[in-house]
Design a protein around this ligand. Sequence first.
Ligand code: SD4
Length: 338
Amino acid sequence: MADRRKFVKLSFLTSAALFAGKKVFAATPNLDPGPFPDIKDQPIVISTWDFGKAANAEAWKTLEKGGRALDAVEAGVKIPEADPTNQSVGLGGRPDRDGRVTLDACIMDENSKCGSVACMEHIVHAISVARLVMEKTPHVMLVGDGALQFALEQGFKKENLLTPKSENEWKDWLKTNKYKPVKNIENMLPGGEHNHDTIGMVAMDSKGQMSGACTTSGMAYKMHGRVGDSPIIGAGLYVDNEIGAATSTGVGEEVIRIVGSHLVVELMRQGHSPEDACKAAVMRIVARNPDAAKDLQVGFLALNKKGEYGAYALQKGFSYSVKSGTTEEVFHSKYYYQ
Ligand code: SD4
């Protein structure tokens, strides 16, 4: 009993500390936070990593014409999907431990409509298949052979996504790791920084409508059939047109456990800035499992309805790209493990 009282007191104090000095939006179920009259920058598109800059530039072509955020994010993430030198997205992605390139992608619009494909092989533009799942089926998610079958029915071309470079690296990996998947295969940057490559992109168009897209070949040398956070609505991506949108990169298992992107959006709903919301989500991963978290990378990126953006990561090395009428820049995210 004493323990319970202590717990209740503690939770109260934690919440009080959390909200001190913050504007708190209406909580569920009274969801409407009201209009955001003070939009800072609109339209705007933000995406994970520095290669997001080229993707943003493509998305911008739609946004600057007054086009829809949904069309912008789809067009934007198709750039790294088609780039064979990006080894974590689409064509050229690193394969699973069986040498098969399996793609995960999802998309979400301003009306909370969403579509997703997971563990899909042979189709470069997984994001466009995800969009058609959203628009042409009564479902949200198609996986594996079913996703491929649907894509082929929709006229997508079957292709070999395994480039010679990714194939050779996988064969080298097999020699040393002997088919044993690990959690955190990455390109290590000089200095030992963690570097993943999934693209998550969120945008707000000139009408103030928000959408997001996320696409990846997932963790390299994963078990065949493994699905990460990226195609899971709420984990790798979440859009709430009243509040904002968030996306993630890094070790998907950790993001799924905390339903990370949804958590970030809910924290923004409670009044946190995008960066603070991303930080709180990262801190939740740390709190749950500090021993594991210190060797992993996870990064969150968020945009709110005011056009404010921010990011936070577990480790050094997470960058994100921003494009608006006033800004075109790559930023380095703050991070927890110094
Ligand atoms: C996954 N989140 O499959 C993805 C991987 C990733 O940058 O983000 N890599 O878990």
